[in-house]
Design a protein around this ligand. Sequence first.
Ligand SMILES: *Cc1c(COP(=O)(O)O)cnc(C)c1O
Length: 390
Amino acid sequence: MKYNFPDSKGYFGRFGGRFVPETLIPALDELENGYRKIRRDPVFRKEYRRLLQDFAGRPTPLYFAARMTGDLGRARIYIKREDLAHTGAHKINNALGQALLARRLGKTRIIAETGAGQHGVAAATAAAFLGLACEVYMGEEDIRRQHLNVVRMEKLGARVVPVSSGSRTLKDAVNEAIRDWVSNVDHTYYLLGSVVGPHPYPMMVRDFQAVIGEEIKKEFGRRGNRLPDYLIACVGGGSNAAGMFYPFISYSRVRKIGVEAGGTGGKSGASLGRGRPGVLHGAYTYLLQDKDGQIAEAHSISAGLDYPGVGPELSYWKEAGLVEYHQVSDREAIRGFKYLCQTEGIIPALESSHAVAFLLKFIRKTRKGENVVLNLSGRGDKDLGIVEKK
Ligand SMILES: *Cc1c(COP(=O)(O)O)cnc(C)c1O
């Protein structure tokens, strides 16, 4: 199968596109042209690769989880250790790539949105590294939930801008960042943190995160030219999942599973499982909506999954049957968190704990001799205040 998305207009099937104010179109064109140029530029590629290696600590290990595999007694479980990447999550892969692009485009100021604070920290890190000014929009609710990351961003020299509109979480932070970008587009670069937003962001962020899946593929090749049987990743906006799945998207025998936040009490972050297509943050994609088509409030115990939308490519994958999506509740995620801590000595992010919890249920359907790779998108230090009371 030949997979060639997005098309020239930025669509993945019927999803994606550019639903933005007219004033942003030239900026998106500039971004797309700049990106297409650097993607082919050997100097850029070399610098990016070097940064990923020496600064971000790539490749991250593909760790064989022996205790977990022994305990569960079915497929062999491998953990892709994005938690060991610099700043503690996969976000740095994208932040470094885009920050290099910002510098190449001659921008002097970076803005970003953040939910859990992991993308804000990654953007602040990349900005500090390149000597660019950085402002990060963050919902007041998330500032409260993820205080440690606020301190990290500030120490890295970024200004954290509290957002008090709406549910005071990630969706509202994206709105404010877009508003800022519209009025400062000449010198400001908007460093988006997931595979969402108007074209070319979903494509660009996916490409920067694809290093995750490429490393997995290479490592399996090295260990006897095999392919994994299952890939499992949590889905917020969809960047760690897209990065893991994309290099395998034409391999139908590799089963790809995205795990959304099932939340609690009827509230969730499961845009693909419980939403309907609509327009949010510049793209046509699956969204949580009420019966009048208003964006519904998302909920997840993990701030990084607490988002009512999802990347348009993941919506395409759902309808094309290329990826399946499941949900895990807040309570199950906590169980996954504790299990990984005590079985493997790894403290996972609550986001990643959703993937762990799903695997704990799913493992019965796998067989001995098969291989599962779990994407551990980030480490859980930031979540200790939340799980402390659980
Ligand atoms: C941001 C984040 C997520 C969710 O974002 P995606 O774009 O869906 O990857 C998941 N895990 C961690 C650790 C994060 O920081």
